[in-house]
Ligand binder design. Structure first.
Ligand code: ACM
Length: 268
């Protein structure tokens, strides 16, 4: 199976036209690419640093809105499953929601549980479990950006049977790409982390996104990693079944050897 990430610089959307431009840019990268799954950055259509919640509300969409529709169309046109997040309007709430689409259909969604910094003033925290969905015969676990700092997320997804963690991201802290290598080793799973690049400003706030998107194997090998500034799409050939072998030595299984009776504090 061929899995990959698209790392790019989404233009901050002042309206629907800019969202369309970002989607057309994604289309340009997909032209000529052969891949089964491509992970896109978090909030790939709108950009990230909203001036106010009102601005976010204006840019957010219901699941039948234009961005999810465009994702569905692209997945069909290029025969590639796509994973990325969209600002989702649900009543009075806005969620940062990951969509996995394939063949023109939504296969699964996940609303970001761990909100980062200013997102807490903008989005509602996710209210749905971490999902593992079947994508083209592989078991794919969905997580979003700052979820990386909570090792429980990758662990729960691995326990639910995920072979590949897909993580659309807008990383500003530089530690995540290295931490995801550990997440892969400790759970014996693949990860595809898609970050964005570039800078956004609003008022006194300035964010620089750190790139370094990557594809990591269950043994921690980095199969592909982008630089901090470049826009690029990269794909690696993997066998998702490699993630089913949880042995780190001939006698140590990273999941079966756990001792949950000693971890009770984690669930308090
Ligand atoms: C993040 O969760 N966008 C850092």
């Amino acid at each position: 199976m061929r899995v990959g990430f698209l790392q790019f610089f989404p233009k901050f959307a002042l309206g629907e036209d800019d969202k369309t431009k970002n989607i057309e840019k994604i289309r340009g990268f997909l032209e000529g690419t052969k891949a089964d799954i491509i992970v896109l950055p978090e909030l790939f259509a709108t950009g990230y640093l909203f001036e106010s919640r009102d601005e976010l509300v204006r840019l957010a969409e219901t699941p039948d809105g234009p961005t999810v529709s465009a994702l569905k169309d692209l997945s069909k046109e290029f025969n590639t499953a796509l994973v990325g997040t969209v600002a989702e309007r649900a009543g009075d709430d806005i969620f940062n929601t990951c969509y996995a689409v394939s063949g023109g259909e939504v296969l699964g969604t996940y609303r970001k549980v761990h909100l980062f910094d200013r997102e807490k003033a903008m989005f509602a925290a996710g209210d749905t479990p971490f999902p593992v969905i079947d994508v083209k015969g592989a078991r794919v676990g969905l997580m979003i950006c700052f979820d990386w700092i909570f090792p429980e997320v990758a662990r729960v997804l691995a326990l639910e049977g995920a072979q590949i963690l897909c993580a659309p991201s807008n990383l500003v802290l530089p530690y995540c790409p290295a931490a995801m290598v550990t997440r892969c080793i400790e759970n014996h799973v693949f990860a595809v982390l898609a970050n964005r690049v570039g800078m956004e400003r609003t008022g006194d706030i300035e964010l620089e996104f750190v790139g370094m998107s990557e594809i990591v194997a269950p043994n921690g090998d980095i199969l592909a990693r982008a630089g901090r500034e470049e826009e690029m799409l990269q794909v690696a050939e993997i066998d998702p079944a490699d993630a089913d072998d949880k042995m780190v030595t001939s006698t140590n299984d990273v999941l079966a050897d756990r001792r949950p009776e000693f971890y009770r504090k984690l669930c308090e």
